[in-house]
Design a protein around this ligand. Structure first.
Ligand SMILES: NC(=O)c1ccc[n+]([C@@H]2O[C@H](COP(=O)([O-])OP(=O)(O)OC[C@H]3O[C@@H](n4cnc5c(N)ncnc54)[C@H](OP(=O)(O)O)[C@@H]3O)[C@@H](O)[C@H]2O)c1
Length: 322
């Protein structure tokens, strides 16, 4: 089958290990099933994998891709939840120390077929296209958990989203705005900031800009480049919710400000199957749809990887199978 996979790892030149070629069908374990993939969305995680973050060399070749939609063996339209738990694990899937995402230990979704535990399949509602629904299980689920579970941001509160056009950033803007949260966004270009306004941001700012007032919470996936600004943007008692560190994870910690203003730093990772179910319902009931910038056939996936590496995102990049 056609697949987009990591054949080698290179920290500095991640796309040198990217291949688009034939791979064997995935192994179907006990209790697992096969999904014929219709659409799968690109996440920064796929670039991290090619850099060797979360993907070990001895697991290569590895088909990339965390999330997908498709058709199961019975002909049902499904959404694939990406977290694979240890069979003995019970409770919040994101807390299982042995969990992995598709494409870390088990072959990923950028292929004609993917094998997953039956439990990981959710029905795809007719209201969402395969392309739209394929954005939900990673970037959108992460944003949902950051805002509503880990951040517990109430309607009417003000948040700052660091980054305008990435997968998680656009999801934070759309979901936050739909939930009645006042959303402020930083973006690295005029064009990116204009897109955030279109998606529902109330105000947009250049990176590190002085804000009109301090915010209740900051949503940060950028890391080093934005950390100091995120800490300074908060009201006393405010919180930063982080789920990524795209630009690195070693900025000055700003410890004094954190304890003196009694700020909370909250980590967040992916989300549970139950949260994904709620996210899907939220999208259907409120007419919320993921922002998709680019849809490409799987055979042209390299173009999508190149755009993400250059930071030329404008929402999600989706790969489709005919
Ligand atoms: N913990 C988890 O479960 C989880 C889940 C999903 C994602 N993540 C992590 O979250 C991060 C974002 O993921 P994504 O898929 O949304 O990535 P993406 O689509 O490539 O988006 C990157 C985002 O980073 C922003 N950014 C700001 N300053 C930047 C700089 N100097 N260099 C590069 N980017 C900069 C971009 O802002 P502009 O709009 O201004 O370009 C953009 O919004 C990644 O590190 C990813 O691994 C973690």
């Amino acid at each position: 089958m056609l697949a987009v996979y990591a054949a080698a790892i290179d920290r500095d030149d991640p796309l040198s290990g990217l291949r688009i070629d034939d791979r064997p069908d995935p192994t179907v374990l006990d209790g697992w099933t096969t999904v014929t993939v219709k659409a799968a969305s690109l996440n920064h995680h796929d670039l991290w994998s090619l850099r060797g973050v979360g993907l070990r060399e001895d697991r290569l070749p590895m088909i990339l891709g965390c999330d997908a939609t498709g058709v199961d063996e019975e002909g049902n339209e499904v959404i694939v939840h990406s977290i694979i738990n240890d069979p003995s694990w019970h409770g919040d899937e994101t807390l299982d120390p042995r969990r992995s995402l598709l494409s870390e230990r088990y072959q990923g979704t950028f292929a004609d077929k993917v094998a997953v535990p039956r439990w990981n399949l959710l029905p795809k509602p007719a209201e969402l296209s395969f392309e739209q629904a394929s954005c939900l299980p990673t970037a959108w689920l992460t944003a949902y958990r950051m805002l509503f579970t880990r951040g517990a941001v109430p309607p009417g509160a003000t948040i700052l989203v660091q980054g305008a056009t990435g997968g998680v950033a656009t999801a934070l803007t759309v979901l936050g705005s739909a939930a009645g949260i006042r959303v402020w966004v930083t973006g690295r270009s005029e064009e990116k900031r204009a897109q955030a306004l279109e998606l529902g941001a109330d105000q947009v700012f250049e990176p590190a800009a002085r804000l009109p007032e301090r915010v209740d919470a900051v949503m940060d996936t950028t890391g080093q480049a934005t950390w100091a600004h995120s800490v300074r943007a908060l009201k006393p008692g405010g919180k930063i919710v982080i789920s990524g560190a795209t630009t690195g994870d070693a900025p000055p910690a700003e410890l004094t400000r954190i304890f003196f203003l009694q700020l909370s730093v909250i980590g967040s990772t992916m989300g549970t199957r139950e949260e994904l179910e709620r996210l899907i319902r939220f999208c259907v009931d409120k007419g919320v749809r993921p922002a998709i910038s680019t849809t490409l056939p799987l055979s042209d996936a390299r173009q999508g990887f190149e755009a993400m590496l250059r930071g030329e995102t404008a929402g999600k990049i989706v790969f489709t199978n005919s």
